[in-house]
Ligand binder design. Structure first.
Ligand SMILES: NC(=O)c1ccc[n+]([C@@H]2O[C@H](COP(=O)([O-])OP(=O)(O)OC[C@H]3O[C@@H](n4cnc5c(N)ncnc54)[C@H](OP(=O)(O)O)[C@@H]3O)[C@@H](O)[C@H]2O)c1
Length: 327
């Protein structure tokens, strides 16, 4: 099999971790990196391989690049995804795909019109442990899911220009971290019927956010994200027969526990192994899913489908409106 050539756009924090997993996927080839600075691209390429370009335009023009991994701040994803699509490249775009649902839909339309692949890099959804848990739930042997609790947070101590806290770059806990708890609830319970959000908004961005959700059949979710707390970063999915527990960090699990009442007591914890191994820290499985789609000639992924990505953007829009965060 010919390797699939990857180009990295925006060699920041996550691009480094992603590229390390890329090197673990046998038919993936890190062809090139594009940065606004040739020096930064060269440092990245020196560490991880490939050609260094001092502009994104040169990166997407490289004929050896089949798929571009967009790893710039959220507010630039739309511009950079379009740049790659217009150059005829497939795209894996970091989460959240854009700042609001309409633009996300436009990107999927643009990819479809060009016959190119586009997927949001929602690596939690391609994680084998999450997929195994969802498969078990869908099979019905673990009861009906009734309640999701999920949290993601860490203490952010950074300068005001950091994309995490800069409103111009889409800063805030909801879009950076809250998207994971919301996505977990969506994967397990489907589209919400209603979401209610509250937040601690400082300097135009949400540092802390809590969302309560109601889903079909009266299932509910309690979802939190924080930039001011060393929060538990765990999740539980409770059904009418027991409870899946995803330990810290729930969005990148290597195992999941199943705990269920056994008569008057609780059964010993059962650790459930995933159907497939986690590759690297999990970005490897996301890369494998992109490869599977490209080799099958598919322009969207059934594991991270456009409908899900657009729905999640709508959910984020809804909560942002309620908490008064406007970009
Ligand atoms: N999947 C995950 O697990 C995960 C984890 C963390 C973040 N993310 C997502 O990945 C994206 C990047 O996050 P990150 O933490 O890697 O950010 P980061 O460290 O700030 O890196 C972003 C990169 O984008 C480029 N960039 C282009 N225009 C920029 C601008 N105006 N300001 C700042 N940087 C600019 C920069 O590279 P050059 O200037 O060198 O081109 C920068 O290094 C975000 O959308 C985030 O939500 C995903």
């Amino acid at each position: 099999m010919d390797p699939i050539g990857w180009g990295v756009l925006g060699p920041g924090r996550i691009a480094r971790v992603f590229a390390r997993d890329l090197l673990l996927v046998p038919d993936a080839h890190l062809v090139a990196t594009g940065s606004r600075s040739h020096e930064r691209a060269a440092a990245f390429a020196g560490e991880l391989g490939g050609t260094a370009y001092g502009s994104y335009e040169e990166l997407v023009a490289d004929p050896a690049v089949d798929v571009v991994y967009v790893a710039s701040p959220h507010s630039l994803h739309a511009e950079h995804t379009m740049l790659a699509l217009e150059a005829g490249k497939h795209v894996l775009c970091e989460k959240p795909m854009t700042l609001e649902a309409g633009t996300t839909q436009e990107l999927f339309d643009a990819a479809r019109e060009r016959g190119l692949f586009l997927m949001e890099a929602m690596w939690m959804a391609t994680n084998p442990v999450i997929r195994t848990m969802c498969r078990l739930l869908a099979a019905g042997g673990h009861g009906t899911p009734r309640q999701v609790h999920a949290d993601l947070g860490f203490l952010v101590q950074t300068d005001p220009t950091d994309r995490l806290v800069d409103p111009a770059l889409g800063g805030g806990a909801l879009l950076d971290m809250g998207i994971y708890p919301l996505t977990l609830a969506h994967l397990v319970l489907g589209e919400p019927e209603s979401l209610v959000g509250v937040a601690n908004v400082v300097g135009g961005i949400d540092l802390d956010v809590s969302v309560a959700g109601r889903y079909a059949g009266g299932a509910t979710a309690a979802l939190t994200a924080s930039m001011t707390a060393q929060s538990p970063r765990t999740a539980t999915v409770a059904t009418d027969t027991g409870c899946f527990h995803l330990p810290r960090d729930f969005h990148a699990p290597t195992q999941v526990q199943w705990v269920a009442p056994d008569g008057t007591d609780w059964a010993p914890v059962e650790w459930i192994e995933p159907d497939e191994p986690v590759i690297g820290v999990g970005y490897g499985n996301e890369i494998v899913e992109v490869h599977r789609c490209l080799r099958a000639g598919e322009t969207t992924s059934s594991v991270v489908p456009p409908e899900q990505t657009v729905s999640l953007m709508r959910q984020l829009d809804d909560v942002r409106e309620q908490i008064g965060v406007h970009y």
